[in-house]
Structure formats: C-alpha cells, structure tokens
Write a protein that binds this ligand. Structure first.
Ligand SMILES: *Cc1c(COP(=O)(O)O)cnc(C)c1O
Length: 354
C-alpha cells in the first residue's frame, strides 16, 4: 500500500505521472523504443523538450512576454552560482531567509559584491524579512520565495524597480502569481515538479549579456537558451517526467485550480496546529508556507506517542529538518487532501491519548 508521503524532497508526484513515466521507460508512445534509449536529438525527444518549455511558460502566464524557459543540470545549487555569473557586474542585493538563501549568498560572493539587505537569522528564520531598504543601483535583488526547511513563504513581493531574481525550488507551479515581476527564477525539479536531476530556469531575454566577464558555455544562460536546453545531453527522464506533471497541472485547472486546492490543504493542517493544545507552529503566522508546514510539540517528551501514531497511520517523511526539529508536513501539489486528513486525525488521536 502506498504511504502518505510528506517528504520534503525528492517528493511526491501524482500517481498517474508515476504510471506514465514508468510506461515510457519501457516504451515511449508505441515507438518500439524506451524513452531512455533514444537520441535526445530525435524528433520525439525534441518535441518533449519543446512542449516542456512552452507549457512551463504557458502555465506561468509568461507566453509571448519575452521569456525563455530552459531545463538545466546541477540543481538549484548550480543556479546560486549561475545567477551571479550572468547578472552580477557591480553589486547585488540578497535577502537571507534561510539555509538556501545563505548558500546562494555564499556562491554569489565568489563573483562580486553582495549586500545582505535583510536577514531573519535572529529568529532562526521563522519569518520573512520586510520593510528593508533596497538600493536602486543593484544589479538585481535575490529572494527565496519559499523556505523549505523553515516553512516560510513570501505572500507579497518586495516593491522595487531593481530586477528581481528568485529561487522558487519549493513553490514553483503551486499558486497563481504575477510571474512577470521576475527577471529570472529557477527551481530544482524534485520538490514540486518532478524527479531530481533537472532544474527549470525562466529568464527574461533582456537579461542576456548583462556582464563584462567571460562566462563558461555551460554556465551561460544565452548559450543554453539558444541551444534549446540541449547544449549538452539533457537528462531525458527527469525532463519527460516534469512534462507529464505539467500536463497534470494543466488538466487540473492550471495554477488557479492547483492554487485553490493548495489553499484548502494548507488551511486544514494549520487549523489543527492552531487548535490542538499539544502543538505549536514554528513559522510566523503571516509568513506561513503553503508547501511546508513546520510545527513542534509543546512537550518534546511526548514525541514517542505521536511518532507511533503517525507511523501506524502509514505516514512517511514527517520529521522536521535538523535545524528546526519537530515536524514538517510538506504538502506539495501532488499530495492529496486525504493524506492531510489522515495526519490531522493522528494529531487529534494524540490529543486524546497524551
Ligand atoms: C532543495 C532546495 C534547494 C537545493 O536544490 P538542489 O537541486 O539540491 O541544488 C535550493 N533552494 C531551495 C528553496 C530548496 O528547497
């Protein structure tokens, strides 16, 4: 029996996507060959890559608006470096809202001046910094829209004329948003999009050629975009599985439909966290993530009782990250509301037992 999968990443995918992806490994669309044994330059795979790029832009509302979508390797972590390589000439501003932002800052510093405009480190990253000053002469401002580990998420973007760059690894395709506010955003696939091994990058074409340094070909957005994400051999299985997932999102009402379902799911878990006297939420209420709900027991000594309950209920992946402790329910797009209902039942049962 399939478990209720609350894993933070690699994470749950829709079961029909898993079915279709498995089938394609055996044989792709009745062509007598497996997806993973054909040329990436075959007409079949080129069509897959083109549809994955165009459907990404379509779902994000960016079609015909001067953006390129591409699928690259090296994870979001490579984008920490690539962003700075391509955009950082004089000075960039970064908001430090957690572990991943800190890592992005560290990489960018290898290439130029980085100003940390704000940080929520003083409270173990349980809130999204707001109200800081954004200098007008920055090459760009980098934010992390959803902080996977701490369970915080931007509800509104910083007001600025400076080009906005975002790591959206854990909330891409989860909600309707004005994505045209960004000049560049990226997301590793394995949180809310597909298997690990590929990263979606969406960039405004006007962001090419922004710096004077020589950029190695593999790290150059313009080279990668012009090559149609095929400057070298792309990871064909992750790209295809992402495409299947994008089709699933489109079929389920696009980002409006998915966003409404995610609203319902998040409300359910947070209601119980707030109602149940034995738990407390970790993140500041107004900054709570719709993708990763972090919470703790008020009395840690009762952990064994609660852990036994959710394990018996066939729940997996609920342990919090070591830097926060407690619990983290990752409730990505593909997680059905029934899984959250099961978790909420365990929390109620715990209240009766403890
Ligand atoms: C997981 C994660 C990353 C790291 O992704 P990799 O693909 O492993 O490099 C970066 N940023 C955020 C917000 C994440 O959740």
């Amino acid at each position: 029996m399939k478990k209720h999968n609350f894993s933070a990443g690699p994470a749950i995918l829709p079961s029909e996507v898993i079915e279709q992806a498995s089938q394609a490994v055996k044989e792709l669309d009745n062509i007598g060959l497996s997806l993973i044994e054909i040329s990436h330059r075959s007409k079949e795979f080129i069509a897959i890559m083109e549809e994955a790029c165009s459907l990404s832009l379509n779902l994000l509302g960016l079609e015909g608006k001067g953006y390129k979508a591409m699928f690259l390797q090296g994870g979001a972590s490579m984008q920490f470096l690539m962003t700075a390589y391509n955009l950082l000439e004089n000075k960039a501003g970064y908001v430090n809202s957690g572990t991943w932002s800190s890592k992005a800052i560290k990489e960018a510093k290898l290439l130029g001046e980085v100003e940390e405009l704000a940080s929520s480190k003083d409270q173990n990253f349980n809130y999204i910094p707001k109200g800081y000053n954004i200098p007008e002469d920055l090459d760009y401002l980098h934010i992390t829209t959803n902080n996977t580990i701490f369970g915080t998420q931007y509800k509104a973007l910083p007001e600025t004329q400076v080009p906005l760059v975002a790591d959206m690894s854990s909330d891409i395709f989860s909600r309707p948003f004005d994505y045209s506010k960004f000049d560049l955003f990226y997301a590793g696939a394995q949180k809310n999009m597909g298997p690990s091994g590929v990263t979606l990058v969406v960039i405004k074409e006007s962001s090419f050629n922004k710096v004077s340094r020589v950029i190695p070909s593999m790290l150059n957005y313009e080279v990668q975009a012009n090559a149609g994400s095929m400057f070298n051999t792309p990871p064909v299985f992750p790209v295809y599985t992402v495409l299947l997932n994008l089709r699933w999102i489109a079929k389920n009402g696009g980002l409006d439909g998915i966003g409404a379902y995610n609203d319902k799911k998040a409300a359910l878990i947070y209601e119980e966290i707030d109602r149940n006297p034995l738990f407390e939420g970790f993140a500041n209420q107004e900054d709570r993530s719709q993708m990763n709900a972090t919470f703790n027991l008020k009395d840690e000594s009762q952990a064994e009782i609660f852990d036994a309950l959710w394990n018996q209920a066939n729940i997996s992946g609920l342990k919090g990250h070591r830097s926060v402790g407690g619990y983290r329910a990752s409730i990505y797009n593909a997680l059905p509301i029934e899984s959250i209902e099961t978790l909420v039942d365990c929390m109620k049962e715990f209240e009766r037992k403890a």
